[in-house]
Design a protein around this ligand. Structure first.
Ligand SMILES: Cc1cc2nc3c(=O)[nH]c(=O)nc-3n(C[C@H](O)[C@H](O)[C@H](O)COP(=O)(O)O)c2cc1C
Length: 383
């Protein structure tokens, strides 16, 4: 049940699959006899120095996967010299995650409820010292995650006839669930009426606000007052609007294939977004990153860093906080090895000349996008 919650995507999981496929459609143009004795990975994002170009992305309700919940990402980020983005849907409160680490983390806002609720959430994040805000805009409604429906996943999780044997065969997990703090949306307990136990989709649906527009984002950017990253951008047009509105960064993301099904892989649209706004704002790639080679490919296409979701959550499930740390370390080691093997002395030396693409790669918009200077992604029309 918990594995499916983390691993699964929406509907037929086409987008989930595309996120991984997109990486295998790019190959390295490896150069030899380059001095790769030094391979620095350090970079900055939203002004924050990062020891490696990997940020632990927001994931909510993670207490289900391990006792430390969202604090695992913050601790892992701090230990590895990077930062984590703490979900507003976290099961450990924003304040408790902040208290688990010395360095300020970043706050992810789901613009749920009305402006009063959104303002209250931002206030909690500000009071707890969060440095930057990541606004996730690809959840106007909840994606249809059929694995969760099939498993009867509820918040908090309840054992049902279907999952009984599954749960009983994992006594350590069950003991943690029963003895640890409850699984709930910790930041919302005083903001919305208690809903009791309910299906995940039903619970979230009561909080969503599909009426939000760019005007609301403009208000959020002004209200926050600090750096803002817009997460969930999948076109050049939307990236342009975000940049014009004052966002300092955009995360190219389809929510790890958990929301709309039938979207391209996140990496497939990275070039389009970088070409549109890469000179004005920082672009981050989110979705399907499992290996150091994936990070190197995204950076070569113009991303400044990658967000990871499932890798740190699986790390937590397998090995607690140490597991999340290990997930990031594995990526750091793999990025380092890849840079050496393709003849690139550090992440700053990466550019598109490090890559070859399969000729079939890319999606072609059927109409020229309105309101944006971005070029068609038709590979045959590229200069
Ligand atoms: C269990 C889980 C919970 C998530 N919760 C959130 C969330 O609360 N807010 C958010 O912006 N994205 C959330 N996401 C999406 C991730 O931030 C990220 O976009 C996605 O996982 C990236 O794909 P990857 O898992 O292939 O790395 C969640 C993802 C997972 C797996």
């Amino acid at each position: 049940m918990v594995f499916d919650f983390v691993d699964g995507g929406a509907e037929d999981e086409v987008t989930l699959t595309e996120n991984r496929r997109a990486f295998s459609d790019l190959a390295f143009r490896a150069r030899v006899l380059v001095d790769v004795a030094e391979r620095p990975q350090a970079t900055t994002l939203l002004g924050r120095p990062l020891a490696l170009p990997v940020v632990l992305g927001p994931a909510g309700l993670v207490r289900m996967a391990g006792r430390a919940g969202e604090a695992a990402a913050a601790v892992a980020a701090e230990r590895c010299g990077t930062v984590s983005v703490v979900s507003s849907g976290s099961s450990v409160s924003l304040a408790d995650v902040a208290a688990a680490v010395g360095e300020p983390q970043w706050f992810q806002l789901y613009p749920w409820g009305d402006r009063r609720t959104v303002r209250a959430l931002m206030g909690k994040a500000r009071d707890a010292g969060y440095e930057a805000m990541v606004v996730t805009v690809d959840v106007p409604v909840v994606g249809l995650r059929e694995r969760d429906l099939r498993n009867g996943l509820t918040v908090p999780p309840r054992v049902n006839p279907r999952t009984g044997a599954d749960v009983l065969s994992r006594p350590r997990w069950l003991a943690e669930l029963l003895t640890g703090p409850g699984v709930t949306f910790a930041n919302f307990t005083d903001l919305v009426p208690r809903t009791g136990t309910s299906g995940l989709a039903a619970m979230t649906a009561g909080l969503l606000n599909p009426g939000h527009t760019w005007a609301d984002l403009e208000w959020m950017v002004a209200e926050w007052g600090g750096p803002v990253m817009l997460k969930g951008v999948m076109t050049g047009e939307d990236a342009r609007r975000a940049a014009d509105l004052g966002c300092a960064a955009v995360a190219v993301s389809n929510h790890g294939g958990r929301q709309a099904d039938g979207l391209p892989g996140a990496l497939d649209v990275l070039e389009e977004v970088v070409d549109e706004v890469g000179r004005d704002v920082e672009v981050v790639l989110d979705g399907g990153v499992r290996r150091g080679t994936d990070v190197v490919k995204a950076l070569a296409l113009g991303a400044r860093a990658c967000l990871i979701g499932r890798p740190w959550v699986f790390g937590l499930a397998a090995g607690g906080v140490e597991g999340s740390v290990r997930a990031v370390e594995i990526l750091r080691e793999e990025i380092d090895r890849t840079l050496a093997l393709i003849g690139r002395p550090g992440v700053a030396s990466l550019d598109r000349s490090a890559l070859s693409a399969r000729p079939t790669r890319g999606w072609r918009p059927l109409a020229e996008p309105a309101g944006c200077a971005c070029r068609s992604t038709d590979p045959h029309r590229r200069s």
